[in-house]
Design a protein around this ligand. Structure first.
Ligand SMILES: Cc1cc2nc3c(=O)[nH]c(=O)nc-3n(C[C@H](O)[C@H](O)[C@H](O)COP(=O)(O)OP(=O)(O)OC[C@H]3O[C@@H](n4cnc5c(N)ncnc54)[C@H](O)[C@@H]3O)c2cc1C
Length: 329
């Protein structure tokens, strides 16, 4: 059944954020011959709009207004609801980022929709229904949800869907006029962060295609350079277990797991990590998991696609050196 899909895209600097690019690929499939409109909100949108226009959408709408900066969920949700009415969308897609989830929460009430967050699989069912699969209970189980139309709102996990190759021709880009946002919806601003929200060097952990994570097996903050070296060779983001962030070897923002970041890269390399359920909760949705651990009984091997049993202090530098050699460095 063909549908009209509205994709709410996010930027990453001057670019379209990778999770939004992936959501665009899913939007095209879900439309099933129907239309896909991409919506960007904020200001200074030239770069992201040009990239979104080549992601298989039929048009790109630019909602530019100072009220949409800094990011606040209710003003965004208000504008998204307006855009979803012209033309009437049956599905709204957002990437399952921290902000995407916040907007989805506000929008679910404003738009009166059936909602699923954190989708890792989406398939059409009979009529205008959609089946969504998502990890629940900290990644220990999967849930299938059957969502009914006529309005369905989905957030999709970064890394769970392939990003489309850039199209040869660009879709038209048009401004989307932002009506005045009622004062109560403009109230409430982020009062700041605690912890360490500063972005790390290299790819963003939440949307990286490859993540190399280190655990207590590294023994000290200094030895974490082995993880950084391997990550650099692979173009990967660096992650860590909670044992590592609790010890202060890495900032809290690098923690992967139930009480840290949830990542779904194409490749997750777990080095010296035992594989506690709370760690698995953050990375079990990764497409391919490689574990390096000296203990053949480590639980991580039950979840790994490939396992290397051995001393990380010998294995990791050898892999890094081999990658460097291949690169001719
Ligand atoms: C409420 C709650 C929430 C939590 N949230 C999180 C979370 O979000 N993320 C998270 O990660 N944890 C979380 N935890 C902690 C979790 O239970 C584990 O304690 C933690 O993940 C262990 O980290 P680790 O695997 O690095 O350390 P360990 O469990 O100590 O494992 C170290 C591993 O390194 C291996 N190793 C040692 N030396 C070498 C070597 N030379 N070469 C190769 N391998 C070696 C060992 O065999 C071992 O398997 C949470 C716990 C609770 C109670």
């Amino acid at each position: 059944m063909s549908r009209s899909v509205l994709l709410v895209a996010e930027r990453s600097g001057d670019h379209l954020a990778r999770p939004s690019r992936e959501a665009a690929g899913l939007a095209r499939r879900l439309a099933d011959g129907g239309t896909v409109h991409g919506l960007l909100l904020g200001g200074d949108l030239d770069g992201p709009a040009a990239e979104l226009a080549r992601c298989g959408v039929d048009s790109v709408l630019r909602a530019e207004d100072p009220e949409l900066l800094p990011l606040r969920a209710l003003p965004w949700a208000t504008v998204v609801r307006e855009a979803a009415a012209r033309p009437a969308a049956g599905v709204i897609l957002l990437a399952d980022t921290i902000f995407g989830r916040e907007v989805a929460g506000a929008l679910a009430a404003l738009w009166d929709a059936s909602v699923a967050t954190g989708a890792i699989e989406v398939r059409p069912a009979e009529g205008d229904r959609i089946v969504v699969r998502r990890p629940v209970l900290g990644g220990r189980a999967f849930q299938e949800l059957l969502l009914d139309g006529p309005r369905i709102l989905l957030t999709v996990r970064p890394g769970a869907f392939p990003a489309p190759e850039p199209a040869a021709t660009a879709a038209p880009v048009a401004p989307f006029p932002v009506a005045p946002i009622p004062a109560p919806l403009r109230a409430g601003r982020s009062a700041g962060f605690t912890g360490d929200p500063a972005p790390a060097a290299g790819p963003d952990l939440g949307s990286a295609r490859i993540v190399v994570s280190g655990g207590r097996g590294l023994r000290s903050a200094g030895e974490f350079r082995l993880i950084e070296d391997l990550a650099r060779e692979l173009g990967a983001a660096v992650g860590a277990s909670r044992a590592v962030t609790d010890a202060g070897w890495r900032p809290a923002s690098d923690q992967v797991g139930q009480t840290g970041r949830r990542v779904t890269p194409e490749l997750y390399v777990a080095v010296g990590i035992s594989g506690a359920i709370q760690h698995l909760a953050g990375m079990i949705g990764s497409r391919v998991i490689v574990a390096i651990n000296s203990d053949p009984g480590a639980p991580i091997f039950k979840s790994a696609d490939y396992g290397i049993v051995g001393d990380l202090f010998a294995i990791v530098p050898a892999i890094t050196a081999e990658l460097r050699r291949e690169r001719g460095a």
